[in-house]
Design a protein around this ligand. Structure first.
Ligand code: PGA
Length: 250
């Protein structure tokens, strides 16, 4: 059985004290069996927030990025080995904001994913189309291309470590959510691709999250869809009560 996942993506928000009190709140939330909560935490706070949530086995932290090389002259970057050395085991890769602002390409992301898998990390891999692409009716092909270019030369066994987050760019931070039907339709397409490219087991066991203006008011309906296994939540994950309600929406 695949896991239900409520993942928060804090992005570049929160001073440390705010981050600490938010994660204290989350660590007190009772997480249902078969559900996992993941907090995407800024690098400087990872180690301390990990300590805050350590008492709750259902809650984990993730880095929001990593470098593809093991070490070297890459000023400002953070390696997987560094993250591993402070106990971090999950990384978010391919977020549309990094693709847009840091010019991360499918090819670079393929390298990052390979390095992360080799280092034993779990990867939350983001994909999703722009409004222009959706309006042109090309969203299925576009998302398929992103997955194909970065993930489809992996081996079936690697998928134990991968979670996909489908995040249409037009729904991120805009208050506009994809309808549960729009999200379900593309999630089902992704699952079929996994089945055809790898096998039935990979398709059935890979969690596929929806992201883009997930909030307490829409989480339940989104998560009730057969191929939506949870959410990657930005804005609403910064508000303790809202994120708690989202965690309880499965
Ligand atoms: P949002 O962000 O929930 O604020 O739309 C989602 C994301 O970017 O992961």
């Amino acid at each position: 059985m695949r896991k239900n996942i409520a993942a928060g993506n804090w992005k570049m928000n929160l001073a440390f004290e705010e981050a600490k009190s938010l994660s204290e709140h989350v660590s007190n939330v009772q997480v249902a069996d078969g559900t996992e909560v993941i907090l995407g935490v800024p690098f400087p706070y990872l180690e301390q927030i990990q300590k805050v949530i350590a008492s709750n086995p259902g809650v984990h932290v993730a880095a929001q990025n990593c470098h593809q090389e093991a070490k070297g002259a890459y000023t400002g970057e953070v390696s997987l080995g560094m993250l591993a050395s402070i106990g971090i085991k999950t990384v978010i890769l391919g977020h549309s904001e990094r693709r847009a602002y840091q010019k991360e390409t499918d090819e670079l992301l393929a390298q990052k994913v390979k390095a992360a898998l080799q280092a034993g990390f779990k990867v939350i891999f983001c994909c999703g189309e722009s409004l222009e692409t959706r309006e042109a009716g090309e969203h299925f092909d576009f998302v398929e291309g992103q997955l194909r270019n970065s993930l489809f030369d992996l081996e079936a066994k690697d998928w134990k470590q991968i979670v996909i987050a489908y995040e249409p760019i037009w729904a991120i931070g805009t208050g506009v959510t994809a309808s549960p039907e729009q999200a379900q339709e593309i999630h089902a397409h992704i699952r079929t691709l996994l089945k055809n490219t790898f096998n039935e087991q990979v398709a059935e066991e890979t969690s596929i999250l929806y992201g883009g203006s997930v909030k307490p008011a829409n989480a339940k309906e989104l998560f009730s869809k057969s191929d939506i296994d949870g959410g990657l939540v930005g804005g609403a994950s910064l508000k303790a009560a809202d994120f708690e309600q989202i965690i309880k929406s499965f």
